[in-house]
Design a protein around this ligand. Structure first.
Ligand code: FE
Length: 233
């Protein structure tokens, strides 16, 4: 399998490129619009064909590349079925499989960071978006975020995966690149040894400023990164 973790310095976002083989079909998870040229160049260099571009949730801190990649490569755009982004071609429900040349991603509905966040399980790894981060969890104070749902998604869904499952998150601000379910169960300071009530109180007390790009990024991302109104959606 071809697997690449790509990083956007401006928004501290991770994007993942997956393909089963050179010459085959590829998938991008959580691509960032500013880096579309880099993704397309890499995909050409690896002799791949981009068939899917997928977002785990509607991002508030960067513009998605879904619309740009669809225009430039004719790929299909994908999100979970709770998204309000009507421009998305395929909306996956919990348990649905996305097959990319034999690579099968399974959708796992994990709301909490937003009310439409999906995680995607692939054999030994899970792409958690921002619901579960490395030694952290995604904020729950906008876009339908809910600390009770976040707790439920982390403890009752993600932590039910095998302990050695690798975690690949959509963000990191400190230099982490990967973790495992066992590690986060044991060492995630927001969850390990905490009760649901303690977690909810902590999340409700974070008082974080809104992301700088939020007022631009959310409406743009509901149109797959294209500003609503400019291309008729
Ligand atoms: Fe997010």
């Amino acid at each position: 399998m071809i697997f690449r973790q790509l990083y956007d310095q401006q928004s501290s976002s991770y994007t993942y490129l997956l393909a089963s083989r050179s010459g085959g079909e590829a998938l991008l998870i959580d691509p960032v619009d500013e880096l579309a040229d880099m993704y397309i160049t890499l995909i050409q260099q690896l002799n791949l064909q981009l068939v899917y571009a997928l977002d785990t949730h509607t991002h508030a801190d960067h513009i998605t590349a879904l619309g740009t990649l669809r225009e430039r490569t004719d790929c299909t755009t994908v999100m979970g079925d709770h998204t309000r982004a009507e421009c998305v071609d395929i909306k996956l429900a919990e348990g649905d499989l996305l097959d990319v040349d034999g690579i099968k991603l399974r959708a796992l509905f994990t709301p909490g960071h937003t009310d439409e966040s999906m995680s995607f399980v692939l054999n030994d790894r899970v792409f958690t978006g921002d619901v579960l981060l490395y030694r952290g969890t995604g904020r729950t104070d906008f876009q339908g975020g809910d600390p009770y749902k976040s707790w439920d998604s982390i403890v009752n869904k993600l932590f039910q995966l095998p302990d050695d499952t690798l975690i690949y998150a959509a963000h990191d601000y400190k230099g982490w690149t990967v973790s495992t379910i066992a590690e986060e169960k044991q060492h995630n300071p927001r969850v390990a040894g905490k009760t649901e009530a303690e977690y909810v109180a902590m999340m409700n007390a974070l008082n974080l400023p809104d992301p700088k790009l939020m007022d631009i990024a959310v409406p743009a991302n509901l149109a797959c990164g294209r500003k609503a109104g400019t291309i008729g959606i």
